[in-house]
Design a protein around this ligand. Structure first.
Ligand code: GLU
Length: 290
């Protein structure tokens, strides 16, 4: 028997430049680099600036500077180029459009004209970390399979992925162990293309992780449900390889709230300006109680 072919390890750092990076990002990215180094792999930097309204070039530049200061380095990225360029999501629209068309033609997605407000008012929110909970899209709002999609373009409405209600999506997480989520209960039909005519995060990230041949995704545990949604996309797209997943515990502030870009005093930039060394910040990120 021929042994299975092992693909060379490829990990990625994928910040969204909507603000300055903080200690929580540092924690996830340091683990990402560590796992990549242990595997002797290549680290890819991908600038997730798909949302042109919310993302700012100055934050994208600051993220590269701050991560380099912290001691991270990567082998491919917007600053270095590489075989899978471009590494800025804002320049990869045609990849996302091609995948949107494939999903539409195969009947996996449908156009949705409901507003966010309607959804909030009429849809139950599943239990869980309140910051992540998204209303469950009511199945009765779905069009019958195979109808309504032909004449519409991506930016004319939201496009949603029809989840297989009741199916359990399970995967092994390298840090957290077995994970199970039920489609239609833990999460509902999710957007793959937004009314503002841009791909949704779930679509863009799967398209890029496939295209850039990523073998392991290391991300924050706030994205566990997203990983379950993304596994449905990998399957719908018939991906020949699905990356492994490692979700890192989230850092919390003194009152137990998870760190966010609004915690300015914990931004890498602010800590550096306050005189902390990169080594001190690394220690705080990896052992916040120290
Ligand atoms: N860009 C996403 C974020 O900053 C993370 C992407 C991912 O790890 O899939 O939240």
């Amino acid at each position: 028997m021929t042994p299975p072919v092992t693909r060379p390890y490829r990990g990625r750092l994928a910040p969204t430049p909507t603000g300055h990076l903080h200690l929580g990002h540092a924690a996830t990215f340091l683990r990402t680099q560590e796992r990549c180094q242990q595997a002797g792999g290549t680290l890819v930097y991908r600038n997730e600036d798909i949302d042109r309204q919310r993302c700012k070039p100055e934050y994208a530049r600051a993220a590269i500077e701050d991560l380099a200061w912290l001691g991270l380095s990567w082998g491919e990225g917007p600053d270095l180029g590489g075989p899978y360029a471009p590494y800025d999501q804002s320049e990869r629209r045609e990849h996302y459009l091609g995948t949107w068309a494939r999903l539409r033609d195969a009947g996996y997605i449908y156009p949705c004209h409901r507003s966010r407000r309607e959804l909030r008012e009429h849809a139950p929110t599943p239990k869980g970390d309140e910051q992540d909970a998204e209303p469950l899209y009511p199945p009765k709002w779905r069009p019958p399979p195979g109808t309504g999609a032909e004449a519409l373009l991506p930016g004319e409405c939201t496009w949603r992925f029809r989840v297989p209600d009741g199916e359990t999506i399970h995967f092994h997480d390298a840090l957290l162990g077995e994970q199970r989520f039920t489609a239609g209960k833990d999460f509902g039909d999710f957007p793959v293309w937004r009314r503002e005519d841009m791909p949704a995060y779930e679509l863009a990230v799967v398209v890029d992780d496939i295209a850039m041949d990523i073998t392991e995704v290391v991300r924050g545990a706030d994205l566990l449900l997203s990983t379950a949604r993304q596994l449905l996309l990998y399957r719908a797209l018939g991906a020949s390889h699905i990356p492994g997943f490692a979700h890192c515990p989230l850092l919390r502030d003194a009152s137990g709230r998870r760190l966010a870009k609004r915690h300015d005093s914990l931004s890498l930039r602010a800590m550096r300006e306050a005189g902390l060394s990169a080594e001190e910040v690394r220690q705080r990120a990896l052992d916040p109680d120290s």
